[in-house]
Each structure stands twice: as C-alpha cells, then as structure tokens.
Design a binder for this molecule. Structure first.
Ligand SMILES: [Zn+2]
Length: 432
C-alpha cells in the first residue's frame, strides 16, 4: 500500500511538473507563472490566475481521482493496522505523541477567534494600499501596488549575499553555509519540468543536508535561503547523532528552525533588498500572520476528509468552500468559477503528499514569532536559544524543544495574545 501511495504521489507531481501554461505568447511552468500572479498590473494577475485554474480544470478528472484513491488507500491502511481511521494512524506515524486532534482543534479555534478578525482588518488595509475597492483573490498575494519587494540581483549574487550574511550571523552558520556552497548542496533555480516547491532533505550517511527550490525572481527566493537553510542548519548541527531518527525532530518542531531563521536574519535583509528592506520586513511579518488562517483551513479540511473517506470529490470541494468562508471570509473570486467551486487546495502539494503536515507551519509560526520578539530585545539570547534547539535536533519531543528554546507552547493559547499583539502593533506602526 505504501508503494501504491508513492505511485499516486508520482502521478500528482507529474501533472504539476508538466504544466505548460500559455500566456501572452510565452510558456510557463507553475513556478515561473508565480511572477505573473504577482504582476503589479491587475489584469495581468487576473489572466495569470485564470490560466492557472484553466490548467487545474483541464486535469480535473485525474486530480480528483488521485486524491480520492489516496484517501481510500490511507483509510484502508489505517484500518488494517487496527486504527479507527487515518487520523489516528497519522498522528502516531508523525510522532505526535503529546497532543491530540482535539488540542489541535482548540488551537484552530484560537486562530479563528483571535487571528481571523485581525487579518480581515489587514486585508482591508491591503485593499487601500493597492487602491482597489474590493480585494479580489488575484490581489491577495500582492502587498504593494508597485510590486512585492524582490532581491536586487541574480541567483549567484543572492547566494553570495547569503554567504556574507551567514558569516556575520555566527561562526556556526558561517561554517555551515560555506560547506553548503563548497559541496554543491543546493539546487535553487527553476527550469522546465522541474518539480514544484522547495524543501530540505538530508543524507545522514554523509552528514549533509540538501536544499531544493525554484528561484523565480520573487520575494520567495530570499525566503528559501533563510527558511530552507534553517532546516539545513539544524540537520547539520544534529548530524553526529548516531540515531538517524534523531536528526530531524517532528515536523512542527522542524518548522521552528526554518521560520526562526527567517526572523534571526532580519538584520541582514538590507543585503538583498537594499532600499526595499523595510517593505520586505512588513511583507514578511504580515504574510506570516496571514498564513495562519489558511493553515487552519487546510488542517480542518483534512480532518474532515479522513473522518469521511467515502464522500465524493464534489463533496470535498463544497467542504473546502465552506472552510474558506470560515477562515478566509474576505476572499472574493472574480471570474474564476473553477476556483470558486472549492478547488484551490488542489495546488497544495502537502494535502496530496504529506497528509496532516500543514498545521505544523501554524504551530511553529507561533513559536517563531516568539523568536522574532526575543531577537528584537536581545539578539544574543535569541541566537543562543536557537542554536540550542538546533543541536537538540530530534532527540526531544516538540513540546520539550519549545521549552528548551524558552518559548510558550502554541497549545497554551492564553499565552499567545502577547506576541500576536506585538506583531500587530509592529504592523500598525510601520512606515516605509
Ligand atoms: Zn519548512
């Protein structure tokens, strides 16, 4: 059954990687299309979104079938192993032995009650910034009318800036990043037929991590070199652990290392963004908060899907649409009928390939924001705590790592208001 599952994964990857989207006489893969989705011209963004959903619609049957097969297969797998459903099985498989689906549901409630209204307010401000009466789906990823901030050079230049940044950040990151360059452990730039996304993996026999990404000239290029490098740095710090399973911790802990690194490198962002640095910080913090409701929608969706393995693809789309209304109530699709049917999640690789791996980003983001907060007051202490949790690797559980890093657990929702308010105030007071 695991073999069948990876066959289905390969089919899904194959469809997404095969995308050849024609737009204005040019052919784009999904990664390269992102630049068009971010174009300062609203009509270009709209046309690019339409082309993207046309691609999804043209693969409708296969994408529906692959997911349906996956859900049923996973349900069967869980039942054969004596679990009630795939949710129970997957929590065990992911090593979530300190919290249950109802703890996660409480966390989602917190986001729904406290963070969704905050983001709704920010979305209004975003519409004002962009000078549009109504924020449409194609506007959501654009934060500034002139375009989101981008790095001021080509990929080689970006890597060189990162090298200097890591040499100044700490002796440990200096050694690590030079090793990544010298041993050619990064495949960064997009090309036709390359799989989408970005990730860090690890070759424990050699004690080295590897970074994969799709540089496409957007803000994200720099974020890859902080986010994925955070994962890679942690894996490198844990490389001498003799138990292979102790190199990476569970996923929600892993994302603290990656998102934590995004914030610890804030003081060096001028190296990449020059005069757009302040805009980058605003964009980065806002995007991080805006991501939380989406994570919860993805998570609630998956809990529902695996509680109801028998429903049809149309039911799943209807459920997604319902969750968009709950967690992303500002969302307006304009002339995107296929998106409005509740299909956006089909672009989300994790839902197909790494079930239940998504709330991890939200749980970790709450911790990473605490690193951000600490780094503003005491950078040395923030860095010391960070390197400590990187060295721990996977030898401790998520909540033990959170404690070792002097952070509050995201399940202590009563402790989270403080950092959320600090971030909100920072955004309110921001001036370019
Ligand atoms: Zn990550």
């Amino acid at each position: 059954m695991l073999i069948q599952q990876s066959e289905l994964t390969k089919q899904y990857d194959g469809i997404l990687a095969s995308a050849e989207i024609e737009l204005d006489g040019e052919t784009f893969n999904l990664s390269r299309l992102e630049r068009k989705l971010l174009d300062p011209n609203r009509d270009v963004r709209k046309k690019a979104q339409q082309a993207r959903f046309d691609f999804l619609a043209s693969n409708k049957e296969e994408l529906d079938q692959i997911y349906d097969d996956m859900v049923k297969l996973r349900h069967k797998m869980a039942q054969q192993l004596g679990f009630k459903n795939f949710i129970e099985f997957r929590y065990v498989e992911m090593g979530r032995n300190e919290y249950t689906p109802s703890d996660v549901a409480r966390f989602r409630d917190y986001v729904h009650e406290k963070i969704v209204p905050l983001i709704a307010k920010q979305r209004k401000k975003q519409a004002e910034r962009l000078g549009v009466k109504e924020l449409h789906f194609q506007d959501e990823i654009l934060q500034f009318p002139e375009g989101n901030p981008t790095a001021q050079g080509n990929p080689e230049w970006i890597v060189e800036q990162a090298r200097q940044m890591y040499s100044e950040l700490s002796p440990q990151t200096d050694e690590f990043f030079n090793m990544m360059i010298d041993r050619e452990l990064m495949d960064l730039v997009t090309r036709p037929n390359k799989a989408v996304g970005g990730y860090c993996t690890n070759f424990p026999t050699f004690g080295i991590p590897f970074i994969f990404s799709n540089f496409n000239g957007t803000t994200h290029d720099v974020e890859v070199l902080t986010h994925e490098a955070g994962h890679a740095f942690q894996a490198y710090k844990s490389r001498n652990n003799k138990v292979v399973d102790y190199i990476f911790p569970t996923m929600e802990a892993c994302e603290i290392h990656s998102m934590g690194m995004e914030y610890l490198t804030w003081n060096w962002m001028d190296k990449f963004f020059g005069t757009q640095t302040s805009k980058f910080k605003f964009y980065h913090l806002l995007r991080s908060l805006m991501f939380l409701p989406y994570c919860c929608a993805v998570d609630e969706f998956q809990h529902w899907v695996y509680e109801n393995p028998e429903v049809t693809p149309a039911d799943r789309k209807a459920k997604w649409h319902e969750l968009e209304l709950k967690y992303l109530p500002w969302r307006i699709y304009e002339d995107l009928p296929y998106a409005e049917e509740g299909t956006v999640w089909q672009f989300q690789k994790h839902i197909y390939e790494m079930p239940f791996y998504y709330i991890d980003y939200a749980l970790a983001q709450i911790c990473a924001l605490q690193i951000w907060s600490k780094s503003r007051k005491n950078m040395d202490e923030a860095l010391k705590d960070y390197i400590r949790i990187c060295e721990i690797g996977g030898s401790k559980t998520f909540l033990e790592i959170v404690k070792a890093g002097n952070m509050h657990s995201p399940f202590e929702t009563e402790c989270l208001d403080q950092v959320i308010h600090e971030a909100e105030n920072w955004l309110e007071e921001w001036k370019n």
